[in-house]
Design a protein around this ligand. Structure first.
Ligand code: M6R
Length: 600
């Protein structure tokens, strides 16, 4: 979602900001802008659409040593030049960019700014106008900033310029992510480290409700009372080459191809010196002392949770419930006496999940975050973290993070089982190795997958995924992948549920992608396929070797039956990729979507 960058130093500010915004493109946005300040004042450039359009609009001769930039994902007001950030106060003294949602902006406008005519439809503009109002009333800038923040309800990450103090960027956050990056004779602000990796790998975390004064030579963090807080920087362990596409046409394809490597890396990262899979004792104790695990997640991570439940219950015999984060807060089930909450989130920043974490922490419940981003909000705020080690995932459609989540959940299940004295029926390291090899075979089958996409999806307006048992959950993920990048209406169903309603939708030629990787339900799912074929459907069956039948569209390499989702999902990712490509869709940045969903 919205992304923020800021720079103060002697280099080409506008170029650093634009490059930073390009690195944040993956988060999803619909307009962008920068503001740079020099002796002649503040110069604001903003445009609807891509950064490339903004780049064209920026005066390339403009010199400046301080500026802020923003990519906007519309929440309040349509995507447009006027609603794009930065926003300025009435006198144009203050210029501000914001990520998050100010829930009480209408009330603030009514109460404090009855006579101010807002230029945009955004919640953000209220913040900058409020601030100017308090300064006009006689407050010093820092006090006015703090006072403004104290009135905001909702979430925010803010970077602010003051025309009368060109030596400082004022920064604050609450619930939305924001970091300060440190350099030699310059400092930066960024929604995530990737944006500014071009200039620094040294970052300082900002905590909620702090304000930070960023100047060329210093970074001063203050708490609500104005007391200075010391905090050591950390090194962002990101390899700049990880966030480049290389020779790939799209990040999504690159990330699909990286999956075998990621699985091997996970095996390595979770092995001890004797090659035994291991997880920190306190995490295993937390799992094993819980009477029930509550997995909280959204989107693809939720689908990983559904499969993870199978792993943990079957291996460690601990009961698991899986919940959609956005529903959990107000739809909380009756909790068990000693629950453990497991948050699954690629980005570690998903606001819906974070809101549950805040809520359950108030009750004193223990929490574990499984994430790809060390230092992310969900990681920092949970009691424990397990990392995915998948490397940055840039495409909005999650692929390698999903299989990494499954691999880490399987390890959690296996290690917890062992600690409970439950003998394993298989060697998980070895099975994950077999999976990595199988994934390679699948990644090499791109031509077949492209053909399947052509045969089944070129002209269709909808597509159904069916499966039974764990295949049902993989079908849900396949449907999400297809709909989010190709805009084909796609839904996943449990094979047995079709006859209870969905079968009414089957028409001549409706594509049905059926998964058949589970021996105990193979005949039943094939029966479901027959039912839809009898009503005109065009079936594409993806089966596991050993269970295949003559007309199956693709046969997966054999892996352990419990772990089939790790391979079965790959054809679905590739088919979705090619279906989107054939429809000329923007594969990496699908419409209306954001990579990091930082508003509730
Ligand atoms: O970063 P998270 O894993 O918490 O994100 C959750 C969802 O927003 C995410 O998985 C989304 O569904 C993906 N775009 C799906 O590909």
């Amino acid at each position: 979602m919205c992304g923020i960058v800021g720079y103060i130093g002697q280099n080409d500010t506008k170029e650093i900001l634009l490059k930073g915004l390009e690195k944040l493109e993956y988060r999803g946005y619909d307009s962008a802008g920068i503001a740079v300040m020099n002796e002649n004042g503040v110069h604001v450039f903003k445009e609807k659409g891509r950064i490339a359009v903004l780049r064209e609009a920026v005066d390339s001769t403009l010199a400046s040593s301080v500026g802020i930039g923003h990519t906007r994902w519309a929440t309040h007001g349509v995507p447009s030049k006027v609603n794009a950030h930065p926003h300025q106060s009435e006198s144009e003294r203050f210029t501000l960019v914001h990520n998050g949602v100010i829930e009480n902006y209408s009330r603030l406008k009514r109460e404090y700014l009855p006579d101010v005519e807002l230029k945009s439809e955004t919640d953000t503009e209220v913040v900058v106008q409020l601030l100017e109002g308090f300064v006009n009333d006689g407050m010093e800038i820092e006090e006015a900033f703090r006072h403004t923040l104290s009135l905001l309800k909702g979430s925010y990450a803010i970077a602010l310029l003051d025309k009368e103090n060109k030596e400082t960027i004022y920064v604050a956050k609450s619930k939305s992510p924001l970091l300060v990056g440190l350099g030699d004779n310059f400092n930066v602000v960024a929604s995530d480290a990737m944006a500014m990796l071009q200039v620094t790998d040294q970052y300082v975390e900002i905590m909620d409700k702090e304000i930070v004064l960023v100047s060329e030579q210093s970074v001063t963090i203050k708490n609500l009372k104005g007391e200075v807080i010391e905090r050591a920087p950390y090194t962002a362990e990101l390899d700049a080459s990880d966030i480049e596409k290389g020779t790939y046409p799209h990040y999504m394809l690159k990330e699909i191809d990286e999956q075998p490597l990621v699985i091997r890396k996970i095996i390595q990262q979770y092995q001890d010196e004797n090659g035994k899979l291991t997880i920190a004792d306190d995490i295993v104790d937390a799992v094993n002392s819980a009477d029930r695990i509550y997995i909280i997640a959204a989107g693809t991570s939720y689908h990983a949770g559904l499969v993870g439940k199978q792993f943990i219950e079957k291996m460690a015999k601990v009961p698991v419930e899986v919940h959609v984060a956005s529903e959990f807060s107000y739809n909380m089930p009756l909790l068990s006496e000693n629950p453990l909450f497991v948050f699954i989130s690629q980005s570690g920043e998903t606001a819906d999940s974070r809101s549950v974490l805040v809520q359950i922490k108030e009750h004193g419940y223990k929490s574990l975050t499984i994430t790809n981003v060390p230092g992310s909000t969900l990681s920092r705020e949970a009691d424990y973290t397990l990392l995915l080690h998948a490397g940055p995932e840039i495409a909005v459609a999650s692929t390698k993070a999903y299989t990494a989540q499954l691999a880490v959940l399987s390890i959690l299940g296996a290690v917890a089982a062992e600690a409970r004295g439950i003998a394993s029926e298989f060697d998980l390291s070895q099975e994950l190795g077999i999976i990595a090899n199988g994934m390679e075979v699948l990644c090499d089958a791109k031509e077949e997958m492209e053909q399947i996409a052509r045969d089944f999806l070129s002209t269709t307006r909808n597509c159904f995924f069916i499966g039974r048992a764990v295949d049902y959950y993989v079908g849900l993920e396949g449907a999400l992948k297809l709909k989010e990048i190709s805009y084909i209406q796609a839904e996943g169903f449990a094979g047995g549920e079709l006859k209870h309603g969905t079968i009414a939708l089957i028409e001549e030629g409706t594509p049905i992608i059926a998964l058949a990787t589970q021996e105990h339900v193979n005949l039943s799912i094939r029966g479901n396929v027959k039912e839809v074929v009898a009503r005109g459907a065009n079936p594409c069956i993806i089966s596991m070797k050993g269970l295949e039948e003559e007309d199956d569209a693709y046969v997966l390499p054999v892996v352990h039956e419990l772990l089939t989702p790790l391979v079965a999902v790959i054809p679905l990712q590739l088919i979705s990729y090619y279906a989107a490509l054939h429809r000329d869709c923007d594969v990496d940045k699908p419409r209306n979507l954001a990579k990091s969903v930082t508003v509730e």
